[in-house]
Design a protein around this ligand. Structure first.
Ligand code: ADP
Ligand code: MG
Length: 731
């Protein structure tokens, strides 16, 4: 068989699981060995340096050049021992993934031509100026003023990959605007820390710091490498632009939590070994709902570090997949008709005194605090539901939201019956004694102790995009390929702004003579009423909910380019400026980048689709049609006219069907190309993205429809593109 597809299938079936083994038997013995964290500091840095560096990280003290030099020296020694010959600033531009430019440690000892030595100074550690003119900046940094610089983030430890020391950094323009995800994330985390700490001190004056925690669940698909290589759409766009549903896909629900296939099991182990070397606390691995879909999740951690670890593990996942003859698909919807991939962001806040602010407490104070935070979060999400949706929306994720299993393109919050009952009770209570600060009296709401059963997952709703799950919220709408920062910036920012407002309102009431208890009680009651429309515990996938959400005034926009407008409403600008996370200029610039990225993604898809139509689909369909014609012709040679017509009727019908479909495909492809040309001429980035969304994208599904029908008709031997059953079930 000359068909590349069959060769690929044959090869894939022959592949055996790669043998992998742990570096040493006990995980804790090599855990974090490639990370320059606190454990290494004590070995490689002088005592004073460790002390000052801790001050920089924990108290935000300034980092001077002597300290940077001292850290750089220790870091270099450690990195060279780990096999590093190069170093790089590792940053998160507004494109996907991370960027890096490697420089060797070597320098001439004195004059050029003198002895070569390994050098790494504090200056090189602290700041660099990458020639980064090709990274998107939304016009903030025209190429003639291309300078942007990267600056060290000491709170995320450096690590060694292959021969290179990677230093996590922010990336900002010469004029100080953020060109990356990390800069605004750090600002948002700082804002939520400040605002939440103040609120916590109503309940416990000893609280000094509030941390934001993130536990991501990374979903992904694995596809055999050979099969992947014969699907140009997968290779170039990350998703299949065509392909008829496999007769069997996920309807038996036999993949979820089923036995992990052996080749995949080896992959997962290998991945974990690699992850542990980088101190990524990988905890959970399992099959997901769709065939060939899997999930990986760590133990949650501080948000900035958790984001970096997620980015690092995504890179490692790709690399390790190749070692096992797989390709990793992080696209949110690689296959139509089966589940897409998300990256649930489990999020919570916790104090430096060890209290989880979203964990129902054991004492009345803790529960008052818990209710205060839940209610403020609810209101923040209600007021900013459009913004929160904008933070997770991309060309890819749009395929997942609203479709099949996915959370709908409407943000709502699931609280569960017990927390809902608590809030309802509080709302209808008339006594300011409802919140009693005296632990001995307990709470009069019957919520002094919220039943433990909450933590027990019984009351779970999997259709909610934002669900309370006992001690955290699970933001499920985040896409699998996303940098979690985007969602975390929005979420932590809106909560920070809300908590500031709460504090101000409560303080004003206290200044007006109310007791603290009264003031908090009154404000919370008002907030509970106000935020009601965002609460929804029912089935988020139902059509009734869509209608109901519209009635409630929740944002139900589905066009990606239009959704981004939520970032630049006067409310959003005011919010981000007030907590110093984004300036108005940055918000506009970042939207430009988003629109541009959206357009480019669709542009590529349209081109690939056009090519596949012309080079694969039409030639193959025509070839099969010719074979049928040949058959009909021969029947007519052998049989009398009437008999021949009767015998060839079936094939004649197929011949006509093929002609019709090819006609449709050709016509629609031409129209799509026309629409693309028109869209390309539009100057304004937003209008261009809208044109792609409204005028180009609709052709994708129309063309696909006919291609998928042809796939069912045409002789399997001739079909060149691996089919869904092969992509999804060969492993
Ligand atoms: P499930 O699939 O049942 O939702 P997983 O165990 O796959 O749960 O993932 C849950 C994630 O939530 C893990 O990363 C876990 O560490 C994280 N998590 C647990 N508690 C918290 C918390 N208080 N704050 C943030 N993340 C948390
Ligand atoms: Mg989950």
């Amino acid at each position: 068989m000359s068909n590349l597809r069959f060769k690929a299938v044959e090869e894939a079936f022959k592949k055996k699981a790669v043998v992998v083994s742990a570096p040493v038997p006990l995980t804790s013995d090599y855990y974090g060995e490639l990370v320059f964290d606190k454990k290494q500091w004590t070995k490689y840095l002088p005592k004073d340096t460790v002390k000052s560096l801790t001050g920089v990280i924990e108290k935000g003290e300034t980092l001077d050049s002597t300290l940077a030099d001292s850290v750089a020296t220790g870091m270099k020694t450690w990195a060279i021992e780990k096999g590093a010959t190069h170093y790089t600033h590792w940053f998160q531009p507004l494109t996907e993934g991370t960027a890096q430019k490697h420089d060797s440690f070597i320098e001439y000892e004195s004059a050029p031509g003198s002895q070569v030595i390994e050098e790494f100074s504090g200056k090189l550690l602290a700041q660099q100026e990458p020639d980064a003119s090709s990274f998107p900046s939304g016009g903030i940094r025209n190429t003639f003023e291309a300078r942007g610089y990267t600056a060290w983030d000491p709170s995320s430890p450096a690590f060694v990959v292959d021969d290179t020391l990677c230093i996590p950094t922010v990336f900002i323009s010469y004029t100080g605007e953020a060109l990356d995800y990390k800069t605004p994330l750090l600002k948002a985390l700082n804002a939520v820390d400040k605002a939440a700490s103040e609120v916590c001190r109503y309940f416990d004056p000893s609280v000094k710091k509030v941390f934001s925690f993130l536990g991501w669940e990374q979903e992904y698909f694995l596809v055999d490498e050979g099969l992947f290589a014969t699907r140009p759409d997968l290779a170039l766009t990350g998703r299949t632009l065509m392909g008829h549903e496999s007769a069997k896909n996920q309807q038996l629900e036999d993949h979820y939590f089923g036995a992990i296939p052996t080749r995949v099991q080896a992959y997962m182990k290998d991945l974990e070994y690699e992850g542990y070397k980088y101190a990524i606390p990988l905890k959970t691995r399992h099959n997901e709902v769709a065939p060939n879909q899997f999930e990986l999740a760590p133990i949650f951690g501080e948000t900035n570090l958790a984001v970096d670890q997620n980015l690092l593990i995504m890179a490692i996942m790709k690399k390790v997949a190749r070692r096992h003859g797989f390709r990793l698909l992080l696209h949110e919807k690689p296959f139509a008709g089966v589940n897409g991939s998300g990256k649930h962001n489990n999020w919570s806040l916790g104090t430096d005194t060890g209290i989880g602010l979203l964990t129902p407490g054991k004492t009345p104070e803790e529960n008052q605090q818990f209710v205060t935070f839940i209610v403020n979060i609810l209101l923040a999400i209600y007021k900013n539901n459009a913004l929160l949706k904008a933070s997770i929306m991309t060309a890819q994720n749009a395929h997942r939201l609203g479709a099949n299993e996915a959370p709908p393109a409407i943000i709502s919050v699931f609280l569960g019956s017990q927390i809902s009952a608590v809030l309802d009770k509080l709302e209808n209570s008339t006594s300011d004694q409802a919140i009693v600060m005296d632990p001995k009296k307990g709470m009069k709401l019957g919520i002094a102790k919220i039943p433990e059963v909450l933590l027990d997952n019984t009351d779970r709703n999997r259709t909610s995009p934002f669900a309370f799950t006992g001690n955290r919220f699970e933001f499920r709408a985040v896409g699998s390929s996303a940098n979690c920062s985007s969602a975390m910036i929005a979420l932590n920012s809106i909560v920070a702004a809300q908590l500031l407002e709460f504090k101000q309102t409560v303080d004003a009431k206290i200044a007006g003579g109310a007791t603290k208890e009264q003031a908090i009680f009154e404000v919370l009651k008002k907030y509970i009423k106000e935020s009601k429309p965002i609460r929804f515990d029912g089935n988020g996938y139902s059509d009734e909910w869509k209608a109901e959400a519209k009635k409630r005034g929740l944002d139900d926009e589905t066009s990606v380019p239009v959704i981004y407008d939520a970032y630049t409403t006067s409310e959003s600008i005011q919010l981000f400026e007030s907590i110093k996370v984004f300036s108005e200029r940055e918000l506009h610039a970042r939207n430009e980048v988003k629109w541009e990225t959206y357009t480019k993604k669709l542009q590529i898809e349209a081109r690939v689709l056009g090519d596949l139509v012309m080079n694969h689909i039409i030639p193959v369909a025509t070839k099969y049609q010719s074979a049928l014609l040949d058959n009909v012709y021969k029947i007519h040679q052998v049989y009398a006219k009437d008999k021949a017509a009767q015998l060839s009727a079936h094939n004649t019908a197929i011949i006509e069907d093929i002609s019709e479909r090819i006609g449709c495909i050709k016509l629609k492809t031409e129209k799509m190309i026309e629409a693309r040309k028109v869209a390309n001429k539009v100057d304004d980035e937003r209008a261009k993205a809208v044109a792609y969304h409204d005028k180009v994208a609709p052709y994708f599904d129309e063309i696909r429809y006919h291609i998928d029908k042809l796939e069912l008709t045409v002789d399997d031997e001739l079909w060149t593109l691996p089919k869904y059953r092969e992509l999804l079930f060969v492993r």
